[in-house]
Design a protein around this ligand. Structure first.
Ligand SMILES: [Zn+2]
Length: 241
């Protein structure tokens, strides 16, 4: 029975170490995901600004191309103007030329406006890029150290898992089964009885149970919390005999 108690206490010790380790690293995956999403958002913002600039440049280019071909058209029409035989045809073509020239002026204005917008977009992109590259360094550094910490924790966890398997081997099968059930709900499974009370839930034990535990070195169940309980005095006495 003393060996079982020792084995249970060893198992519990390892489980508490595992719980501590898990608790210490529990924020890491969440923080890592947060940093990844910040990095992604930063990248996406730069990409959006880049697309906006590209769009404006494309628009400007298409207006410029159209204007160039319209200017050619006007030149050809002007050349043809002298060939017009009738005053009516002349007037009609002159009118067409006039309309086309007005449209070209509007297109020129539009190009100037688009150039201004592109300039603004280019400045915004530059600012965005430099902000991003600055914050990126910090984010990437933090991610690196988080990943390193997680690796250390994983390694420590591996060692503890092996230790746990070893400790579990020393516990009799039935007792281990009960231990595994309790440990799912409680951080401590095996607790001493102190001054007649369970040291897990601090409820007083029925006097009869308390007496039995004090006179017999054995492991029982706390009626209040179902933890495994034992009386240290009884085990000390048993050791002396
Ligand atoms: Zn209890």
């Amino acid at each position: 029975m003393r060996d079982t108690l020792k084995a249970l206490e060893e198992l519990q010790k390892v489980d508490l170490q595992i719980a501590e380790l898990v608790k210490g690293g529990s924020e890491n995956p969440r923080r890592l995901a947060e940093l990844e999403s910040q990095l992604g958002a930063g990248r996406a913002a730069v990409e959006t600004d880049r697309e906006k600039l590209a769009d404006l440049e494309k628009q400007k280019k298409s207006v410029e191309d159209l204007l160039a071909s319209d200017k050619d058209k006007v030149k050809k029409w002007e050349a043809r103007l002298t060939e017009q035989r009738s005053p009516r045809e002349y007037t009609a073509l002159a009118r067409e030329i006039d309309i086309a020239k007005k449209q070209n002026t509007t297109a020129s204005d539009e190009i100037v406006e688009l150039a201004k917008q592109a300039e603004t977009a280019r400045d915004a992109l530059e600012t965005r890029e430099s902000d991003f590259s600055e914050s990126q360094t910090g984010l990437v550094d933090e991610m690196k150290s988080l990943r390193a910490a997680m690796e250390v924790q994983d390694a420590a966890r591996k060692v503890l898992d092996e230790k746990r398997a070893e400790a579990a081997k020393a516990v009799p099968a039935q007792t281990l089964k009960r231990y595994e059930q309790i440990v799912k709900r409680r951080s401590s499974v095996i607790v001493p009885v102190v001054s007649g009370a369970c040291n897990g839930c601090h409820m007083n034990l029925p006097p009869q149970l308390n007496n039995q535990l004090r006179t017999n070195a054995r492991i029982d169940v706390c009626p209040s919390c179902s933890r495994m309980i034992y009386s240290p005095e009884a085990f000390e006495k048993a050791e002396e005999n």
